[in-house]
Design a protein around this ligand. Structure first.
Ligand code: SF4
Ligand code: SF4
Ligand code: SF4
Ligand code: FES
Length: 961
C-alpha cells in the first residue's frame, strides 16, 4: 500500500506536476486501487493526483497542480469500475474502494483522438521551437503514441495569429495556443489580477489580455504565473528563447523583498536562463512577482564593480587595486584614524540586502575588531519602531504569524502597507483570502490597489491624514472598549492586569472617541466604528502593517497601539490573527536578528546585559563595550561635528535612502575614510575612498530571514564576479585589523550564530537543507521552529498594554507648505532602484513622479506631465506631475527609486521618538510649476558625472598599455 499524506515527506512532489492541488490538511484517508496498485490518500484528492503519487502518469494537458481542476481537455479520461463512461481523472475525486483503470485500448484511442485535434491546428516546428524538450503538448503526443493526424493540416487554423512581444520578459504566440485556459486560471487563482480571458466560443475561442489589448496595455503585472502554467510555447520567457533550455538548477531565495520567495535558478553552465518559483518554497508555494522572476539581469550588468579601488580623497580618480592592497589600505586608514581620534571615531553599517551570516560578521567586526558598538542598519529607517514596539508590548521584536495564516483570517486590517506593490506574492495570497469572503479594512491616505481586488467581499477604506495613525488606532481601541468588544478571557489569562486597566481608562476617555478624532484623522466616526466592529467581531482579526506605520515621529507608539488592539480582542496566539509587520527588504528581519543595532547583540540581547555580553566575549575572545554605540543619524551628526571619521558600509545606499539628503551628503563628505562594499557605484559609493566589489545573491551561500521569521537558504549558482563573497571580504578586513576570523564556509558562521543566539540555537544548514526552511525561534523547545508566536504565553510572561498618547508631528502644514507629502514604493522598482533600474523593469517606471489630486492641481494651474518644484523645510526638488484620484486632496505622493529625483532631499530629519526612524511619511510641502531642475539636482548631476569619470578614468588607465 502506498500512502501519501505529508507532502514534506515527499520532496519529489515539488519537482513533479501532480496534476491537481493537494486537498485540505486533515482530510480522512481513502483507499483505492489504480491499475491494480493499492494506494491510500486523503479524501478530496483527485484520481489524477492519486495516480501520479503512485507513479502512474495519466496523460493531461489542462490540469496542473497549482490550479484547481478544470476538466476541459479530456486527455486524462479513465475508467472506473461500476461507473459509466470515461470520467476525467482530474475532476474525479477518489472514493473508498474505487478501482480505476488508466490504460486500455479504448482510453488510448480516445486520447489519440484528442491529441490529433490539437496537433492538426498546431505548428509542426518542434525542432526549432524554444520549448522543444520542455513542452507538455510534445510530451503528450509521445505519451499517447500519436503517429498520424487524420484531419490533415490544411483546414481552418490559427497558425498565422500574430505574436504579442510587448512584454519585455515574455512573448505570447497564439499560433501555439491550445486554449487550455491554464494561463487564465493562473492569473485569476494564483495571481488574482484577472488580466486574461478566453474570448469567443468553440473554434474561435482565444486567449486575450484585457479587452483584446497587448499584454503591456492590459492590467497584467508581469508576475509570470501564466507563463509558468502554459504547457506549450505560447507564453514563453524571452530569456529561454534567447539562451535555449536550461540544463541544471539550484534552489535559492529571492533577494528583493521581505516575502522571501524560493526559486529554482535554472542555469546553462554559469548563465542564469530563468528563475522559476519553487513549489516547495514555504513562503511562496510556487508563485512570484515580476522582480524575483524576471528582474535578474542586473547581476551581470556591465555596471557591476569587479575590482577593488582606492583613492585618498573624493575629488580624485580611483586607482584600481588588488584585493590585498585595498584591504590593507582600508585597515591602515581605520587604524590611523582610531589612533588619532579614538576608538569611537569609526563604525559600520550592515546590510539588509546581505545574508544573515554577512550581517553577523559586519557587526562582529565592529564590536570585536573596531572595539565599539557603532553598528547600525537600514532597519533604522524602516522597521526599528517594530522592534521597539513589539518587544515592549509582546516581548518579541517580530511578526507573530506565517504568511499562510492569512488564509484563516476573517477580517484583515491593513495599515500603512501596500502589499500588492511592495510584497506582491503575499498580496496575491491575501487577495485569495479576500475573494473567499474575508473582510478588508485599509487604513491608508491612498486608495491602494488592494481595495480594487476583483470579487472583494467587504472592503472598507479609512483614508486618514498622514501623521494621524495614533489618533486612529486610539479611536479604534475606544470603540472596542466602550462597545464591549474586548476578549475578556484572553486579557485575564494573558495580559498584565494593571497595564490593561490603565490602558482601558486611558482609551475610554471621550477625547479618543471616533467623533472626537474625526477632526484629526479626517476619517468619519461612522467608518471608524464600523471598522472596529468588523475587526473585533469577525472571529479571526489579523493586522498587517508597513512603513506607513513605522516611518513617523510616533512610529513606535503606533506599533504599540496595534499590539494593544490585538491583545484587547484576543487576536494573538493562533492561526488567522496576529500582528504582522510587512518587512521591506529581503533580509531586514535577519539584519535586526543578527545584532546590527548599536544596543543589541545578536538575538536582541542588550549590550548592557553582563551575562549575554559575557558569552559573546568568551566566544569572540575580546572585551566588549557595554554602552550602546551610535545610531546612523548620530553617526551623521558626529561626522559633521568632527568626532566621527570613518565608516564601513556593506550593501546599503544611505546617500539615497536616508532622509534629508543634503545633511547625509555633508556627513559623508566630512569622513576621512569611507569604505563601501557594493555591487554598483551607488550614491554612497561616490563618496568612498575604498570601493570593495560586492557579490550578488546569486554568487554566494548564506541565509535570508523573511518577514515571517522564516530562514531560507541562499545558494551560490555562479562564481562571484569579483572573486569574493561579501563574508570573505569582511573576514579579510578583520584579519588586516589584527582580529582573527577563520571561517571556511558560511555554514560555520551560522553554527556560531546558533551557539550564541538562543532563538537560532536549533538552526543549521543541514536542518535547513532537510526541512527547506525554519521559522525562528528554533531551539530545543521548538526544534522545527515556530510558525505562530505567543501561542501559550509571551516571552515577557504577560502581554503589556501601553499608553499611546497621540502627539501631533511637528511637521505641520501652513500657508507656506500647505500640502502633505508621503512616500512609498511601486511594484516594478525596488527600494533605491540600484538593481531594478538595471533591468527591463525600467519600462514600467523610468522616473519618479509626484502624484497629486486633480483639485490641488487645478488650484495651482498644474496639468498632468508638468514639471513641479516641490519645496519643503529641508530642501527642494523637481518631479513631473501625475494627476491621480488615488490621492486625497491635500496629500501628494512620490516614490524614491531614482536617485536624481531627490525625494529625500525634501524629507526632513524628524524621527520616531524611540528609535530615530525617520518620518518619511509626513513632509509639509508646496508645489509649483517650474522649468528647470532644482539647484540640488544640478549639483547632483555634476557630482554624478565627476564620480563616473573618476571610475571610468581608473578603468581606462588600468587598461592602457
Ligand atoms: S496560452 Fe498556454 S496556458 Fe494559455 S490557453 Fe494557450 S496553451 Fe493554454
Ligand atoms: S503575467 Fe501574471 S498578471 Fe500578467 S497575465 Fe500572466 S498571470 Fe496575469
Ligand atoms: S514577492 Fe518579493 S521575494 Fe517574492 S519574487 Fe517578488 S520581490 Fe522576490
Ligand atoms: S487534464 Fe483532465 S481534462 Fe484536461
Amino acid at each position: 500500500m502506498i500512502e501519501h499524506f505529508d507532502p514534506r515527506q515527499h520532496a519529489r512532489t515539488y519537482s513533479k506536476d501532480l496534476g491537481t492541488p493537494s486537498p485540505a490538511a486533515g482530510a480522512a484517508p481513502v483507499s483505492l486501487t489504480i491499475d491494480g496498485v493499492a494506494i491510500r490518500v486523503p479524501a478530496g484528492t483527485s484520481v489524477l493526483r492519486a495516480a501520479a503519487l503512485a507513479d502512474i502518469n495519466i496523460p493531461k494537458l489542462c490540469a496542473t497542480d497549482s490550479l484547481e481542476a478544470f476538466g476541459s481537455c479530456r486527455l486524462c479520461a479513465v475508467q472506473v469500475e461500476g461507473r459509466r463512461g470515461t470520467p476525467a481523472a482530474c475532476t474525479t475525486p477518489v472514493a473508498e474502494g474505487m478501482q480505476v483503470t488508466t490504460q486500455n485500448e479504448r482510453l488510448a484511442r480516445l486520447r489519440r483522438n484528442v491529441m490529433e485535434l490539437y496537433i492538426s491546428d498546431h505548428p509542426l516546428d518542434c525542432l526549432t521551437c524554444p520549448a522543444n524538450g520542455d513542452c507538455e503538448l510534445q510530451d503528450m503526443a509521445g505519451a499517447v503514441g500519436l503517429r498520424q493526424v487524420r484531419y490533415g493540416f490544411e483546414g481552418e487554423n490559427h497558425l498565422q495569429a500574430a505574436k504579442d512581444e510587448s512584454n519585455p520578459y515574455f512573448t505570447f504566440d497564439p499560433s501555439k495556443c491550445i486554449v487550455c485556459s491554464r494561463c487564465v486560471r493562473a492569473c485569476d487563482e494564483v495571481q488574482g489580477t484577472y488580466a486574461l480571458t478566453i474570448d469567443g466560443r468553440g473554434f474561435d475561442s482565444k486567449v486575450t489580455a484585457g479587452q483584446g489589448e497587448a499584454f503591456m496595455d492590459s492590467d497584467c503585472v508581469s508576475c509570470g504565473a501564466c507563463v509558468q502554467a502554459c504547457p506549450t510555447a505560447t507564453l514563453m520567457e524571452k530569456s529561454v528563447i534567447d539562451a535555449g533550455q536550461p540544463e541544471h538548477s539550484v534552489i535559492t531565495t529571492c533577494a528583493y523583498c521581505g516575502v522571501g520567495c524560493s526559486f529554482e535558478a535554472q542555469m546553462k553552465g554559469d548563465q542564469l536562463v530563468r528563475m522559476v518559483p519553487y513549489k516547495g518554497g514555504d513562503a511562496n508555494h510556487g508563485h512570484s512577482c515580476v522582480k524575483g522572476r524576471f528582474a535578474f539581469g542586473y547581476a551581470t550588468h556591465p555596471d557591476r564593480l569587479t575590482a577593488p579601488r582606492i583613492r585618498d580623497s573624493i575629488d580624485q580618480p580611483w586607482r584600481e587595486a588588488s584585493w590585498e592592497e585595498a584591504i590593507a589600505f582600508a585597515a591602515a586608514r581605520l587604524q590611523a584614524i582610531q589612533a588619532e581620534h579614538g576608538r569611537e571615531s569609526i563604525g559600520g553599517i550592515t546590510s539588509s540586502r546581505c545574508t544573515n551570516e554577512e550581517t553577523y560578521l559586519v557587526q562582529k567586526l565592529v564590536r570585536a575588531a573596531f572595539g565599539n558598538n557603532n553598528t547600525d542598519t537600514c532597519a533604522r529607517v524602516c522597521h526599528s519602531p517594530t522592534g521597539y514596539g513589539l518587544k515592549t508590548t509582546l516581548g518579541e521584536s517580530a511578526g507573530t504569524q506565517a504568511f499562510d495564516s492569512v488564509m484563516q483570517a476573517d477580517a484583515i486590517l491593513v495599515i500603512g502597507a501596500n502589499p500588492t506593490d511592495a510584497h506582491p506574492v503575499f498580496g496575491s495570497l491575501m487577495r485569495k483570502r479576500l475573494r473567499q469572503g474575508a473582510s478588508l479594512i485599509v487604513a491608508d491616505p491612498r486608495r491602494i490597489d488592494l481595495l480594487k481586488t476583483p470579487h472583494l467581499a467587504d472592503a472598507q477604506h479609512l483614508p486618514l491624514r498622514p501623521g494621524t495613525n495614533v489618533a486612529l488606532i486610539n479611536a479604534l481601541g475606544h470603540v472596542i472598549v466602550t462597545e464591549g468588544l474586548e476578549d475578556h478571557d484572553f486579557i485575564a489569562a494573558r495580559c498584565d492586569t494593571a497595564a490593561y486597566r490603565a490602558w482601558r481608562d486611558f482609551i475610554s476617555e471621550e477625547r479618543h472617541s471616533p467623533e472626537a478624532s474625526e477632526a484629526i484623522t479626517g476619517v468619519s466616526a461612522e467608518a471608524v466604528r464600523r471598522a472596529a466592529r468588523t475587526y473585533a467581531s469577525a472571529g479571526n482579526g489579523a493586522i498587517y502593517y508597513g512603513l506607513g506605520v513605522t516611518e513617523h515621529s510616533q512610529g513606535s507608539t503606533m506599533v504599540m497601539g496595534i499590539a494593544n488592539l490585538a491583545m484587547a480582542t484576543g487576536n494573538l496566539g493562533r492561526e488567522g490573527v496576529g500582528v504582522n509587520p510587512l518587512r521591506g527588504q529581503n533580509n531586514v528581519q535577519g539584519a535586526c536578528d543578527m545584532g546590527s543595532f548599536p544596543h543589541e547583540l545578536p538575538g536582541y540581547q542588550h549590550v548592557a546585559d553582563p551575562v549575554a555580553r559575557g558569552r559573546f566575549e568568551a566566544a569572540w575572545g575580546v572585551t566588549l563595550d557595554d554602552e550602546p554605540g551610535l545610531r546612523i543619524p548620530n553617526m551623521f551628526d558626529a561626522a559633521i561635528e568632527g568626532s566621527f571619521k570613518a565608516l564601513y558600509v556593506q550593501g546599503e545606499d544611505i546617500a539615497q535612502s536616508d532622509p534629508n539628503t543634503q545633511h547625509v551628503e555633508a556627513a559623508l563628505s566630512a569622513l576621512e575614510c569611507l569604505i563601501v562594499q557594493d555591487i554598483f557605484l551607488n550614491e554612497t559609493a561616490k563618496y568612498a575612498h575604498v570601493l570593495l566589489p560586492g557579490a550578488s545573491f546569486l554568487e554566494k551561500d548564506g541565509t535570508f530571514t523573511n518577514a515571517e521569521r522564516r530562514i531560507n537558504r541562499v545558494r551560490r549558482v555562479m562564481p562571484p564576479l569579483a572573486g569574493k563573497a561579501d563574508w570573505e571580504v569582511t573576514q579579510e578586513l578583520a584579519r588586516a585589523l589584527g582580529y582573527p576570523m577563520d571561517y571556511t564556509h558560511p555554514s560555520e558562521i551560522m553554527d556560531e550564530i546558533a551557539r550564541l543566539t538562543p532563538s537560532f540555537a536549533g538552526v543549521s544548514y543541514a536542518k535547513l537543507d532537510e526541512r527547506g526552511s525554519l521559522q525562528w525561534p528554533c531551539n530545543a523547545e521548538h526544534p522545527l521552529g515556530m510558525p505562530t508566536l505567543h501561542e501559550d504565553d509571551f516571552p515577557i510572561g504577560l502581554g503589556r498594554f501601553a499608553i499611546t498618547e497621540y502627539v501631533a508631528t511637528e511637521e505641520r502644514t501652513n500657508r507656506r507648505f500647505p500640502l502633505l507629502l508621503t512616500t512609498g514604493r511601486i511594484l516594478s522598482q525596488y527600494n533605491v532602484g540600484a538593481q531594478t533600474r538595471r533591468t527591463d523593469n525600467q519600462v514600467w517606471h523610468d522616473e519618479d513622479v509626484l502624484e497629486l489630486h486633480p483639485a490641488d492641481a487645478e488650484l495651482r494651474g498644474i496639468r498632468d506631465g508638468d514639471w513641479l518644484g516641490i519645496t519643503s523645510r529641508a530642501g527642494q526638488t523637481v518631479l513631473r506631475a501625475r494627476l491621480s484620484e488615488r490621492m486625497q486632496p491635500g496629500v501628494v505622493y512620490t516614490t524614491f527609486h531614482h536617485p536624481g529625483s531627490g525625494a529625500n532631499v525634501i524629507t526632513t530629519d524628524n524621527s520616531d521618538w524611540a528609535t530615530n526612524c525617520p518620518e518619511y511619511k509626513v513632509t509639509a510641502v508646496q508645489v509649483e510649476k517650474v522649468s528647470q531642475p532644482s539647484a540640488w539636482q544640478q549639483r547632483f548631476a555634476a557630482f554624478d558625472r565627476a564620480q563616473r569619470d573618476h571610475l571610468a578614468g581608473a578603468a581606462q588607465r588600468e587598461s592602457a598599455p
